[in-house]
Design a protein around this ligand. Structure first.
Ligand SMILES: [Zn+2]
Length: 316
């Protein structure tokens, strides 16, 4: 917790009345049949008092932090709380900069992805005029199905921050309302830095052939381009990696340059390996052996569901 000098000077001491009101509000959020004893009024009040008057955290933030703390202590999900936080109202996606804040957004469903777990009903990318964010709709919420390309008002959704990136969660407190019309979604590219383990390399990695027709560059399947048919392909190197630290799954693409750097192999060396083995898949297999299961610091741009890797280095 850091105290900000400027706000410390300006901060007004939070009164006992406000503290006790906030304390009651917090305790009321927890269900009666809690597994374990709720903290005492004094304990909660003293926690809030310390955060606000000693560390100069604004009362609203202190309240959120306290709820989050006790939620962790009792192993509760937000859905288990009796009274979720008040929605901050209509916001744009680009303005979202707080963890676990309830907000309303009007967005277009830009992309739907395949859920990676049964607990996730729908996952993908939403967008508005200000930007794009990932969203997750939990199965438990039993909410209506969102259609790709359609516009919705999503009310009482909760924000989440992870490694500096924000996303939106739809749970049983959330509402979905279809909206007529379209949204001109801002095509933004977000630069990120992650520190994550690589858990898989997907097929179609390693030594591939691309269509040489104009600027097609499609990856050939069995020597065929989906657009131009049988062509004499050009060799290229790439890695389609999956990073997963148990909380977030990030699909990533290493282009030739990034692949050469992380694997310590040049395109020509990869071609030689494949020629020796009379099989291009040896390159993919070697990459899997060398790279999967290790931690990386990765820098790149998020485009749609993919992180396009600029730089990556192994660590740990
Ligand atoms: Zn082609």
């Amino acid at each position: 917790m850091s105290s900000n000098t400027k706000s410390a000077e300006l901060a007004v001491t939070v009164s006992d009345t406000d503290l006790s009101e906030a304390t009651t509000g917090i305790l009321e959020q927890f269900p009666d049949d809690l597994d374990g004893d709720l903290p005492s009024v004094e304990e909660v009040a003293s926690r809030l008092e310390k955060m606000t008057n000693q560390y100069k955290v604004p009362l609203d933030e202190a309240r959120r932090a306290a709820v989050s703390h006790y939620r962790d202590v009792f192993g509760l999900e937000y859905d288990d709380l009796e009274f979720p936080g008040q929605s901050a109202g209509d916001v744009t996606l680009a303005s979202i900069n707080q963890h676990e804040q309830w907000v309303d957004v009007t967005v277009k469903i830009v992309e739907l992805w395949d859920p990676t777990h049964d607990s996730i009903d729908q996952v993908g990318l939403i967008g508005d005029e200000s930007g794009r964010l990932k969203f997750t709709k939990w199965t438990k919420a039993e909410l209506p199905t969102l259609e790709e390309g359609s516009v919705y008002k999503l009310s009482n959704v909760i924000t989440s921050e992870y490694q500096g990136r924000y996303s939106i969660n739809l749970n049983s407190r959330s509402n979905i309302e279809p909206v007529d019309g379209d949204i001109d979604v801002r095509a933004d590219i977000e630069d990120v830095q992650l520190s994550v383990p690589m858990v898989a390399i997907q097929s179609g990695s390693g030594l591939i052939k691309r269509c040489p027709d104009g600027d097609c560059t499609r990856v050939l399947q069995n020597g065929r381009c989906a657009e131009h048919g049988d062509v004499e392909g050009e060799f290229d190197l790439r890695i389609k990696a999956v990073f997963d630290d148990g909380e977030t799954v990030q699909y990533a693409i290493f282009d030739r340059e990034a692949t050469e750097a992380i694997a310590g192999i040049t395109l020509n060396e990869a071609i030689e390996q494949a020629m020796d083995a009379l099989d291009t898949s040896v390159v993919e297999d070697a990459l899997i052996d060398a790279l999967v299961g290790r931690y990386y610091r990765v820098e790149g741009s998020i485009v749609g569901r993919y992180l396009l890797v600029n730089e990556a280095e192994q660590h740990g």
